[in-house]
Design a protein around this ligand. Structure first.
Ligand code: SF4
Length: 719
């Protein structure tokens, strides 16, 4: 066994080890952390999803525990110098509370906003949503998961009545006769998952990948379809067209378990294969081969990921693949189905417990009177005191500091200066705020703009739960306490609530818009106490955690929601008998191709798309500071086809500038025959002049609010 990166063990702590999970992506690989005289080491752990595998990010995760750039004291911006200066917790929290009070007194409750993250534990996501609704009493809360899998979530809700990334265990992938991946590149984003793809092919299964690039995953496929970015929907409709023509639609399933098929059937008659080829560039023969592999195999799984979802028509694109899956009778069939590969570590749990603008815990809708009554009862407030729905993440960020928009923002576990579309504009919005507060473990690009920075604990320093891409609730276990000067997010929320309550109780202003005292006791800092409350708040909701205890998670290698009772079963597989709709049937929705929000033109003649690389994670706040990962992927690059490069007189390694209507970034050219000659690609993990999101399009999906990260029009030239 090879040890991962080391980190010094704090003096006075006994050597020990804990079984926990990786801090990064939604695969949540099992790992063991050991602490001894030599430091903290990461060891792979047998867990049903990763089966002993870790990627380089997981191996090196401990390096950040004692990283020299780690924040260990609050920072407060000095009005005289404009610089962030170390401060005591009292000073920092007083500044935050005074800022919140000043803004809300002047502009109302909604003038304070909260922005969360898909990496926060379930307990934190729950506490943050609750703090926003009854601590700050603002409707303005959303999170960066909106940029991740919100389109698949919305498509799942409208088709199945429930949103769980995979409605079956990951192990089902290994048994699939045909596995179709649409816009997914797990070989780079979650490498241990590839073991299931290898097993699937070893069992005689066929792997088909739809991706505009020849990715590491596409190279392993039996068949790779390489459509123009933004045409996945048309490809899906053509596949269904062929399935109908060839008689592969499961008529009995459609009749017994679904509604709305006729409208979809009529719609896809217009998507004959040659038309789809003309639009997408995917040859008719490949469309036919794909449809045959899907329509004639026994166990068939269709998975989408960000490539299909991060579009202004992301919900409709996912819906087209859901329609295909339903027509073939896959959801609920043993070893078959449709699923979404969730990206962020707790992207699933983070969207279930209330940090989304329109949700309350348990995946309840905030505008549902019964849901409001239930959650308000758990929180001990009248239902009519809960605010209504807020706005999705990009709309929220884009309104900051504008007339009528929020004037203060609290950010937990997110770095929108790098991760938001049209990032320079969002950076400007953040600068326009009266008060920006960022809780983070490192000085991210967003934290660097803040008025107050609050240093937070890392994953190995706190207990909690995460919900992985299968809807399996897992335990995160603390190896050691946070270093001196650092607090957990839950402790920060608890401290802020207490100070707001104290300030309120001494407030002489009878017209104050803030609540009557919100008792600090309602915001416990202990994660076990928070989880117990979360269970009650989620009881009866779609994502019902009422029967999930930490002991049960320990005993069972995780527990799949919904799990309504402690002595009843959990739910590894959904949809065996019915869907989560009022009539129990899945719902087809007719969807049609529409162009990208921005099409190429003479000035911006190339398609631009973004994605990830193996050695970096999301906005890179953490992974860009890990030495081995920095060596492996030190900077942004612009991938372009050699033919395009020749046309532009660009050699491999030349600095190039990419310009869109919204901005520009520059990075070295990387020539690859694996990308279409009409498309360029860059990873989005980097800041500064290599920030790919400087050019991305902020057009959003009308249903999910997902920005169009995956396609815009650009010009490329030698810098
Ligand atoms: S695949 Fe994801 S969860 Fe597993 S080690 Fe890598 S980053 Fe961590």
């Amino acid at each position: 066994m090879t040890d991962g990166a080391r980190s010094a063990t704090p003096p006075g702590l006994l050597p020990r080890e804990v079984a926990t999970h990786c801090p990064y992506c939604a695969l949540q690989c099992g790992m063991t952390l050991r602490s001894d005289d030599a430091g903290v080491t990461v060891h792979p752990r047998q867990f049903p999803t990763n089966r002993g595998g870790l990627c380089q990010k997981g191996w090196t995760a401990a390096e950040l525990l004692d990283h020299p750039e780690r924040l260990t004291t609050p920072l407060v911006r000095d009005p005289a110098t404009g610089e962030l200066q170390p401060a005591s917790w009292d000073t920092a929290l007083d500044r935050v509370v005074a800022g919140i009070r000043a803004v809300q007194d002047d502009a109302g409750r909604d003038a304070v906003a909260v922005f969360g993250g898909g990496g926060l534990t379930n307990e934190k996501a729950y506490a943050l949503g609750k703090f926003a609704r009854i601590g700050l009493r603002t409707r303005n809360i959303d999170y960066n998961g909106r940029f991740c899998m919100s389109s698949a979530a919305a498509a799942g809700m409208r088709a199945f009545g429930i949103d769980r990334g995979l409605p079956f265990p990951l192990a089902d992938l290994g048994r699939a006769d045909t596995l179709l991946l649409v816009g997914a590149n797990p070989a780079e984003t979650m490498p241990p998952l590839v073991r299931w793809l290898t097993e699937q092919r070893r069992n005689g299964g066929k792997l088909i990948v739809i991706d505009p690039r020849v990715t590491a995953t596409a190279r392993q496929a039996d068949l790779h379809l390489q459509p123009l970015p933004g045409t996945d929907l048309a490809v899906a409709n053509a596949l269904l067209h062929i399935a109908l023509t060839e008689g592969w639609v499961d008529r009995a399933y459609v009749a017994d378990r679904t509604t709305g098929f006729d409208a979809v059937r009529r719609g896809v008659t217009a998507w004959w294969p040659a038309r789809a080829e003309q639009l997408s560039g995917v040859p008719v023969a490949d469309l036919e081969a794909t449809a045959r592999a899907l329509g004639t195999a026994g166990r068939v799984i269709i998975l989408t990921a960000r490539g299909a979802e991060q579009h202004a028509k992301g919900v409709d694109t996912v819906t087209a693949y859901v329609n295909l899956a339903l027509a073939l009778g896959l959801p609920g069939r043993d070893g078959s189905g449709y699923g979404c590969l969730t990206g962020q570590g707790n992207g699933q749990g983070g969207r279930e417990h209330g940090q989304k603008a329109d949700q309350l815990p348990g995946y309840r809708k905030i505008d549902d009177p019964a849901a409001r009554e239930h959650v308000a009862g758990v929180w001990g407030v009248p239902a009519d005191e809960l605010p209504g729905p807020g706005v999705p993440a990009y709309q929220l960020l884009d309104s900051l500091g504008t007339p009528g928009g929020p004037r203060a923002l609290l950010v937990f576990g997110s770095n929108p200066v790098v991760s938001a579309p049209r990032a320079a504009r969002i950076e400007g919005r953040l600068r326009d705020l009266d008060l920006l507060v960022v809780a983070d473990l490192l000085l991210s690009e967003t934290a660097a703009l803040a008025d107050v920075v609050l240093p937070t604990a890392q994953w190995a320093e706190e207990d909690g739960t995460m919900t992985n891409l299968e809807g399996r609730v897992l335990r995160r276990r603390a190896l050691r306490p946070p270093p001196s000067g650092v607090r957990t997010d839950l402790a920060i929320i608890s401290d802020l609530a207490a100070r707001l309550a104290d300030a309120e109780s001494t407030d002489a202003n009878p017209a104050s818009v803030r609540p009557a005292a919100v008792a600090a006791a309602r915001f416990p800092a202990d994660p076990a106490t928070v989880f117990a409350e979360l269970r009650r708040a989620s009881a009866g909701g779609a994502a019902d955690y009422a029967g999930i205890s930490w002991d049960r998670i320990d005993a069972d290698d995780g527990v799949y929601w919904p799990c309504p009772t402690e002595d009843g079963p959990d739910t590894p597989r959904l949809f065996a008998d019915r869907f989560a709709t009022p009539d129990g049937r899945a719902r087809f929705h007719p969807v049609d191709h529409r162009p990208a929000a921005e099409e190429v033109c003479a000035t911006y003649p190339l398609h631009f798309t973004t994605g990830r690389v193996l050695a970096q994670y999301q906005s890179g706040t953490q992974t860009r500071r890990v030495a081995a990962l920095r060596r492996a992927a030190p900077e942004a690059f612009v991938e372009l086809h050699p033919d395009l490069a020749a046309r532009l007189d660009i050699d491999d390694g030349d600095p190039v500038r990419v310009t869109s209507r919204r901005g520009e970034f520059s990075a070295p050219a990387r020539l690859s025959a694996g990308i279409r000659p009409d498309t360029v690609f860059a990873p989005f993990h980097y800041a500064g002049k290599g920030r790919a999101n400087s050019v991305t399009n902020d057009a959003v999906d009308p249903i999910s609010g997902m920005p169009e990260f995956k396609i815009c029009a650009v010009r490329v030239e030698k810098a």
